[in-house]
Design a protein around this ligand. Structure first.
Ligand SMILES: Cc1cc2nc3c(=O)[nH]c(=O)nc-3n(C[C@H](O)[C@H](O)[C@H](O)COP(=O)(O)O)c2cc1C
Length: 354
C-alpha cells in the first residue's frame, strides 16, 4: 500500500499531470454536420480542464470511420481548425488533452455519415441492434462490407494521417479506441472477425490490426509517449463476442507492452471482473483503470498498486470540477443520462462548478 490517491500528481508520457484522474472519452453528439466540433465543445472541454488528462469523445479518423449522429472527425482542415480552438482553451487553463480515434467499423448507419461509402469491417457480419439517426429515428445497423486484405494498409494509414492532424490541432497525444465493439475490437474478436488472411483466425492474426494501427500512430506522432490505447475485454456492448477474451487480451497486451505507449486504459466490465489483475502485470507502462469508480474506490485502486490513473466518465459529465470536489469532499451533482447525446447546451455546458 502507498499513500497515492486520485489527487496525487502523476505523469503521462512526457508531461506531468496535476492529479491521477483522466476524463474518459465520451461521445456527446453535439458536433455540426460534416463532423466539425461545435463552438459549445470549446466551453465544455475548458470547463473540465482540471482533469489530469482529458480524452476527447470518439473522433472519426476519416469519413469512413464515422457512424453516429452529430459526431466529430479529424479529417479536413475545418476539423483541425475547430479542434485547435478547443485544445487552445484547455491548454490556457493548464489542462492536457488527447484525441480518441474511433473508427466505428460495422457500428453505423448511412443516415449519420457524410460519405456515401458503405460501412467497412473485418467481415461481412452485421451487428444485431439499432442506432439513432436524426433523419430516420432508430434504424438497424447496416451490413458492412468486408475489407479486402489490400485495403487494410489504407485504413491503418488513416489513423496515421489523423494523428498528424490531431497534433497540428494542438493535441498532446492520441488514443486508439480499441474497445466497445468498434473496428479494432471487431478485428480482435472471433464473433466479428471470420477472416482467413493474415488479419483473422489465430490470435496473432486478430491482434495484428491493432498492433499495426498503433505502430502507424506512433510513427506519425514521432513518439510512442504521445499514443495511448483503450481496451474493454469481454464487454458485450455493440454485439461483440470473443471465444476466449483472456487469451486475446493477454496476447495483445504482451505484444504492445514493449512499445512505450503513454498509457493503457482498460475498461472493466461484468464478464471479467478481475481484468485489471490479469492485464496490469503484463504491461510495462502507465496503467489507467476505468469503469464505475468513485473517489474512494479510485484512490484505493491507486494505493494498492492496481493502477496508476483512474478514468472517470459519467461523473465528469455533471461535475466539470470533479478534482476540486474530491479535494473538498463536496457533494457531487448527479448526471442526467437523458442529455448524454441530446443537442445543445442542456446537460452539456450548463452544469455548474463549485
Ligand atoms: C455518454 C457516454 C459516452 C461515451 N462515449 C464513449 C466514447 O466515445 N469512447 C469511449 O471509448 N468510451 C465511451 N464511453 C465510455 C466511457 O469512456 C467510460 O469507459 C464508461 O463511461 C465507464 O466509466 P464511468 O463508469 O466512470 O462512467 C461513453 C460513456 C458515456 C456515459
Amino acid at each position: 500500500m502507498t499513500d497515492i490517491n486520485v489527487l496525487t500528481p502523476g505523469r503521462i508520457g512526457e508531461f506531468d499531470t496535476r492529479n491521477r484522474m483522466i476524463m474518459a472519452p465520451m461521445t456527446r453528439s453535439r458536433a455540426l454536420p460534416g463532423g466539425v466540433p461545435s463552438e459549445l465543445a470549446i466551453e465544455y472541454y475548458a470547463q473540465r480542464a482540471s482533469a489530469g488528462l482529458i480524452v476527447t469523445e470518439g473522433v472519426a479518423p476519416s469519413a469512413a470511420g464515422l457512424g453516429y449522429a452529430r459526431t466529430p472527425a479529424m479529417e479536413s482542415p475545418a476539423h483541425v481548425a475547430a479542434w485547435k480552438k478547443i485544445t487552445d482553451a484547455v491548454h490556457a487553463k493548464g489542462g492536457r488533452m488527447f484525441a480518441q480515434f474511433m473508427h466505428v467499423g460495422r457500428i453505423g448507419h448511412s443516415a449519420n455519415r457524410y460519405t456515401t461509402a458503405p460501412l467497412v469491417a473485418p467481415s461481412a457480419v452485421r451487428a444485431a441492434g439499432q442506432m439513432w439517426t436524426d433523419a430516420q429515428g432508430m434504424q438497424d445497423y447496416e451490413m458492412p462490407r468486408a475489407l479486402e486484405t489490400s485495403e487494410i494498409p489504407g485504413v491503418i494509414a488513416e489513423y496515421a494521417t489523423a494523428t498528424r492532424h490531431a497534433l497540428a490541432a494542438g493535441f498532446d497525444g492520441v488514443e486508439l479506441h480499441s474497445a466497445s465493439g468498434y473496428l479494432p475490437m471487431q478485428f480482435l474478436s472471433t464473433g466479428s472477425n471470420t477472416r482467413t488472411d493474415g488479419y483473422g483466425g489465430s490470435v496473432q492474426h486478430r491482434i495484428r490490426f491493432v498492433v499495426e494501427a498503433l505502430t502507424a500512430m506512433i510513427e506519425a506522432a514521432g513518439s510512442a509517449s504521445r499514443v495511448g490505447i483503450k481496451l474493454s475485454p469481454a464487454m458485450p456492448f455493440n454485439d461483440i463476442q470473443d471465444d476466449d477474451p483472456v487469451e486475446t487480451y493477454t496476447t495483445l497486451v504482451k505484444a504492445i507492452s514493449p512499445m512505450g505507449l503513454a498509457y493503457l486504459h482498460v475498461l472493466k466490465s461484468a464478464p471479467l471482473p478481475n481484468i485489471f489483475e490479469i492485464l496490469r502485470p503484463l504491461f510495462a507502462g502507465t496503467f489507467a483503470a476505468g469503469g464505475g469508480f468513485d473517489q474512494a474506490s479510485g484512490s484505493a485502486a491507486l494505493a494498492s498498486g492496481a493502477a496508476d490513473f483512474i478514468v472517470y466518465g459519467k461523473l465528469f459529465t455533471s461535475n466539470p470540477d470533479l478534482p476540486e470536489r474530491f479535494a473538498k469532499g463536496a457533494a457531487l451533482t448527479p448526471f442526467d443520462a437523458t442529455t448524454f447525446y441530446s443537442p445543445g447546451p442542456k446537460g452539456y455546458t450548463d452544469y455548474p462548478s463549485l
